[in-house]
Design a protein around this ligand. Structure first.
Ligand code: FVH
Length: 293
């Protein structure tokens, strides 16, 4: 295959939930021969009409192609679905969300069955799949050879980012990114709750909130630099002592607005603990070490 020729690597895809279906559609649209299997066969019907071959069993799907992609509910369902299949010589790409430990175990499990393994963490929702410029991408870790071999095919549904030979890293990065997202969602929930008791239009408030969050993202890089350098006081402008002193205002405001502080309180308690341990001159990066003990 030359660099310019289209990549039409045939593949099998097991799991046709919302994400699996979107993946199958993207590969079919790009001209890849796709064999699909799903526990509930009806979910394969529309794809068959779009050109997919439908396998009757997981074993048949695995036998059909060297490249085997699974996108199932969880790691347990991956084990169940692949249990009766012959993975010898197969290149297994697992796009099912799981923990780093599950990914490492699954990689070893696949290796004992004669397969090479690449784990994937999908940073996209189904409508972003197969849409150039959507911003969606998939984190990959595990066999670098496998990633290089299938780089172009894997790049069809979404962008790709290889994050290391340790098969657990894609899941680690995936969960780390999503955990940060939930922290942001928690803050957004509290902010909207605060204004909800008043005559404030949430739609008018939203751009202020979104812009503020974007402005604050600079703190991510600052935190990373301090973690790498090992000095949590380096270049700190807003000290932990100053920030802890301000927390009663946040709690009193919540109380006055009739809003539960249950989302804020755990973070404030962590800040207080670090301050009590002598971290008053630090920024918030010191909380990472406190949490990671
Ligand atoms: N959808 C999303 O927004 C997120 C985006 C980020 C990545 N996640 C992960 O992707 C995996 C698949 O997600 P999904 O959206 O396709 O999930 P569902 O629509 O719920 O489909 C689940 C499929 O798994 C099959 N399945 C479940 N349990 C079993 C089992 N024991 N044996 C065989 N198959 C099983 C299910 O089959 P069926 O119910 O249609 O028969 C679906 O094919 C997932 O890890 C997300 O966390 C998606």
């Amino acid at each position: 295959m030359t660099h310019d020729s289209p990549d039409r690597t045939p593949l099998s895809l097991l799991g046709l939930g919302a994400m699996g279906t979107a993946l199958a559609r993207a590969w079919l649209a790009a001209g890849h021969p796709v064999t699909v299997w799903n526990r509930t066969p009806a979910r394969a019907e529309a794809l068959a009409a779009e050109g997919a071959k439908v396998a009757g069993t997981p074993a048949q799907a695995v036998a059909a192609n060297t490249l085997v992609v699974v996108c199932l509910l969880d790691d347990r369902s991956v084990g169940e679905v692949l249990a009766g299949t012959d993975l010898t010589g197969r290149d297994l790409v697992d796009l099912t969300t799981g923990t780093p430990a599950e990914a490492r175990d699954r990689a070893a499990w696949a290796g004992r069955r004669g397969a090479r393994y690449l784990d994937g963490g999908i940073m996209a929702v189904p409508p972003m799949i197969g849409v150039p410029g959507s911003g969606g991408y998939v984190l990959y870790s595990g066999s670098p050879d496998l990633f290089d071999r299938y780089r172009r095919a894997l790049g069809v549904p979404a962008g790709t980012a290889f994050v290391g030979a340790d098969p657990g890293f894609a899941a680690l990065y995936d969960v780390a990114l999503l955990s940060a997202m939930y922290g942001m969602f928690a803050g957004v929930t509290h902010a909207f709750a605060l204004i909800r008791q008043e005559d404030v239009d949430p739609v008018a408030f939203a751009p202020l909130l979104a812009d503020w969050l974007v402005a604050m993202t600079a703190s991510v890089q600052d935190t990373a630099e301090r973690l790498r350098g090992g000095d949590h006081t380096e270049g700190v402008v807003s000290t932990l002592a100053m920030q802890v002193a301000g927390t009663p205002t946040f709690l009193r405001t919540a109380e006055q607005q009739g809003v539960s502080a249950e989302l804020l309180r755990p973070y404030f308690e962590l800040m207080r603990r670090r301050l009590d341990e002598g971290g008053g001159a630090e920024g918030l990066s010191g909380l990472v070490d406190l949490l990671a003990r």
